[in-house]
Design a protein around this ligand. Sequence first.
Ligand code: 5GP
Length: 203
Amino acid sequence: MTGTGSGVGDGNFVVRPRLIVVAGPSGVGKTSVLGELRRRYPDIYFSISVTTRPPRPGEVDGAHYHFVDDQTFDAMILDNELLEHADYAGNRYGTPRTPVERALAAGRPAILEIEVQGARQVRAAMPSAFMVMIQPPSWEVLVARLTARGTENPDVVARRLAVAKDELAASEEFDAVVVNAEVHHAAEQLLTLIAKSRSGHPA
Ligand code: 5GP
């Protein structure tokens, strides 16, 4: 598959080779929604971020994240290896540039699952990116999901919820918003939006 006129599809939706940014507060279910896209569209490139956060149980280096120390993260910034990067609730996260550029050059759509500061940097660097925010059906649901996940201690949950307030307030900066009340439905909505989108705006 080559060229920008192509795309990848599953018979229902064709996704064009472009950069897609999916943001939204921690606990909103971005990973679950994107997991469904990943199953249906194995040809989409899903970026693997670098982070200084320690792995959670079950997380695999090189699959969920590239887990690095601060020194390595600094070196990547200096060498211009990150497309964007941000501090988030006490840890650092960034998108390795080369794999994303290679995927797009090969005619594959690329998806970044990142937080809002990073999304703003992508918007500035690549205005043609399509930017989607995933929101919870209510604040209470977000609190319940983040708490029930049990992967973070109460301090970290509180920090993430504080950041979430600002993130939700940034929804107008995005091309589209998907409310994740139910994962399958949200994935379907996201697909519809990105299949219809052109040049950073829904058709
Ligand atoms: P978590 O620690 O829960 O895996 O991720 C915390 C937040 O960082 C989430 O909102 C996640 O989407 C975001 N994130 C993950 N990778 C990146 C990245 O490469 N860049 C930015 N800016 N945010 C990221």
